[in-house]
Design a protein around this ligand. Structure first.
Ligand code: MD3
Ligand code: FE
Length: 218
């Protein structure tokens, strides 16, 4: 990640950057496990394939999604929600691969969150031009738990706003191997992702993969 206001000067041996009171970026945290993470994603999406969900407003999302864990995030004309069944297969979502759970918990711990037990793992695939408009993540019942996000493949410009939609935004780049842990007062910030620029990454090809780990009730 490259956050222009807080450039990492390389002096922090943990390569971590505080971007807000409750948000910490762990640069290249995933580098040693990147290939294993991508193969875990492929195992999940062989069972629950990537698909473009429909928003409640009837638009097809440009980001393709899948989930693993006991609940998955879905959207359709009826709204956004977490559910135990994949609507595409009518079966349970695949089990969260142990490697993904372990790395998400390790990152949360490093950011100071001791008992992170994510039951949702949302996997987003961005192809060229795919974007995510400014939104808040508030479908989770437990807003005290952080969200942990993994970025893999092509870089993306992340847009970080305030607690109101109209607030000032900042932009920074999320790169391959970066993890961001968002909690506390930063948990309800508006955020989005600018349209993905075309490119090639040796592990993911023309895509960016973002994985978010969440803890929620039903
Ligand atoms: C800041 N995904 O899936 S991850 C999402 O890169 C989502 O695919 C983006 O926003 C992506 O909902 C951003 C980073 C992230 C996730 C959750 C947050 C940042 C957040 C919740 C609160 C504040
Ligand atoms: Fe989000």
């Amino acid at each position: 990640m490259n956050f222009e206001l807080f450039k990492n000067d390389g002096q922090d041996p943990l390569q971590q950057l505080r971007i807000g009171p409750g948000a910490l970026c762990l640069n290249e945290f995933l580098i040693l496990d990147d290939a294993a993470i991508i193969s875990a994603v492929q195992q999940v999406t062989a069972i629950s394939p990537f698909r473009h969900l429909i928003t409640p407003g009837g638009k097809k999302m440009s980001v393709a999604m899948s989930n693993c864990g006991s609940l998955g995030w879905v959207s359709d004309r009826a709204g956004y929600r977490y559910q135990a069944q994949d609507p595409l297969t009518n079966r349970a979502w695949p089990v969260m691969p142990a490697l993904l759970l372990r790395l998400a918990q390790k990152a949360a711990l490093q950011a100071g969150y001791e008992n992170f037990q994510p039951n949702v793992c949302l996997i987003n695939r961005y192809e060229t031009g795919a974007r995510m408009g400014l939104h808040q993540d508030r479908d989770e019942r437990n807003l005290t738990a952080p969200i942990v996000s993994f970025s893999l493949g092509l870089p993306a410009t992340f847009i970080w706003g305030g607690l109101e939609r109209t607030g000032k935004t900042r932009r920074f780049v999320l790169k391959h191997g970066d993890v961001v842990v968002w909690g506390g007062p930063d948990r309800l910030r508006f955020h989005g992702v600018a349209p993905l620029k075309s490119g090639h990454h040796e592990l993911t090809g023309a895509c960016r993969i973002n994985i978010t780990f969440r803890q929620t009730g039903t």
